[in-house]
Write a protein that binds this ligand. Structure first.
Ligand code: ZN
Length: 419
């Protein structure tokens, strides 16, 4: 991609409407645009990033046998009445169809859709277990949307629902899902700051779990056991003040952003819809369920909150919209020819590259590169031409290195593969 043809217009000044670091940097870097409070457009850079995050999540959920579907956003009132949530949920976007006069909900979650759906496909123990997930926009009527992508009114979620014939099978899958979540947070670069956090399990199960990423901009307080690297949330600390894994009484309070959660629903939603299966003896039994959520936009926001500096974004390589940010300094013929040659070479090798081909000053190009935060910056200038080399600098490091033309692909591959 050439910068001059892209939809990128960076901004130098702090964004007035931004209420958080992630909103400020993502808007200034042309990743997102705010339409209304808590409602954002993903611009080309932002969409590429979200798609990378989606692909990490898909890979891991497919590995634990998840099957992807896409359920509707529009959900009928009757389903929400069946589970009792039409009356009890405060954050539902409810409205009435002008033509049919029926009441509808813009889905904030999909138990009310996936359970009646499962009823059409699961009849016998032979049909179990099943794991269905989707990646889709969800809606919450927030009193006060805040924190940029951390708490929106419309947001992208991955929601997975599992269906089981026994508690043992659910417990087993719950652990698998928990491990898949760890892999996801490692791959998107926040694994070392993300803690499995014990939360209340509601009336059916002792615990559920949240995945909480340590950050000063987090709105949750969690209590970390530094030995086990697990935490408990506020509800749990009131009941027990020790680590649930090792009994350690010394827990450290930290601020965190909830980036995922997993929950044993048991028969909470299968019961109201009469979702049962026939066992080996021909008896009808309730199907047990688990649900597993990750907010993709929130995850992107959380990554920005933990991975940036005063100059801008610092994307982990796995989810960066481009791997390489190529800059020609000056526009004399040799510099341009060499930069174009390198650009085409990278494209041919399928290394995602954005070339800042604008006739802007070197200062502007470097400032923009820091703000946008692509992991590898390559510079070609009169100076590098003299030594037949390319200047390479990683966004996350201070030093740059000079790489000979013939070695550049190998060096890039080293950086891309290590992480
Ligand atoms: Zn512990």
């Amino acid at each position: 991609m050439k910068f001059s043809e892209s939809l990128i217009k960076t901004r130098r000044e702090k964004v007035k409407e931004a209420d958080s670091i992630n909103a400020d940097l993502l808007i200034r870097g042309s990743y997102i645009d705010q339409l209304a409070s808590g409602v954002y457009t993903y611009l080309p850079l932002g969409l590429k990033t979200i798609e990378k995050i989606s692909s990490v999540i898909r890979d891991e959920i497919n590995k634990i046998q998840g099957q992807e579907i896409l359920m509707p956003v529009l959900q009928p009132k009757e389903n929400w009445q069946k589970t009792g949530r039409w009356e009890t949920e405060d954050n539902l976007y409810k409205f009435t169809s002008y033509y049919s006069k029926t009441d509808l909900v813009l889905g904030p979650t999909h138990e009310e859709v996936v359970v009646p759906l499962a009823k059409k496909f699961i009849f016998s123990y032979k049909d179990l277990p099943k794991y269905l997930y989707q990646i889709q926009n969800k809606f919450r009527d927030e009193k006060r949307a805040k924190g940029g992508l951390l708490r929106g009114r419309e947001f992208i979620m991955k929601d997975l629902y599992s269906f089981h014939s026994s508690k043992e099978d659910l417990d087993d899958y719950y652990e698998k899902a928990s491990n898949a979540y760890k892999n996801i947070f490692n791959k998107v670069g926040i694994g070392s700051k993300t803690y499995k956090t014990f939360a209340s399990g509601g009336s059916f199960s002792k615990y559920s779990h949240e995945f909480q990423t340590e950050s000063d901009s987090g709105e949750d307080l969690i209590y970390l056991c530094k030995k086990c690297k697990v935490a408990v949330n506020k509800e749990i600390i009131n009941e027990q003040s020790t680590c649930p894994e090792c009994g350690n009484p010394k827990l450290t309070e930290i601020k965190a952003i909830e980036v995922g959660n997993i929950f044993k629903l048991m028969s909470k939603f299968s019961a109201p819809f009469g979702l049962t299966y026939r066992d080996r003896l021909g008896e009808d039994k309730p199907i047990l369920m688990g649900c597993y959520g990750i907010g993709l936009g929130r995850l992107m926001g959380a990554i920005v909150e933990v991975s940036h500096d005063k100059d801008g974004l610092i994307w982990p390589i796995e989810i960066a919209p481009f791997k390489v940010h190529l800059i020609n300094m000056g526009d004399n013929r040799e510099v341009l020819t060499e930069t174009k040659r390198l650009y085409e070479k990278l494209m041919k090798k399928k290394i995602e590259v954005i070339w800042d081909d604008r006739s802007e000053s070197n200062g502007v190009k470097l400032t923009d590169a820091d703000l946008i935060g692509i992991p590898i910056r390559l510079i070609i200038s009169n100076k590098t031409l003299e030594s037949k080399a390319i200047e390479l600098k990683e966004r996350a490091r201070d030093n740059s290195e000079m790489i000979q033309y013939d070695n550049i692909l190998t060096r890039i591959k080293e950086i891309v593969d290590v992480k």
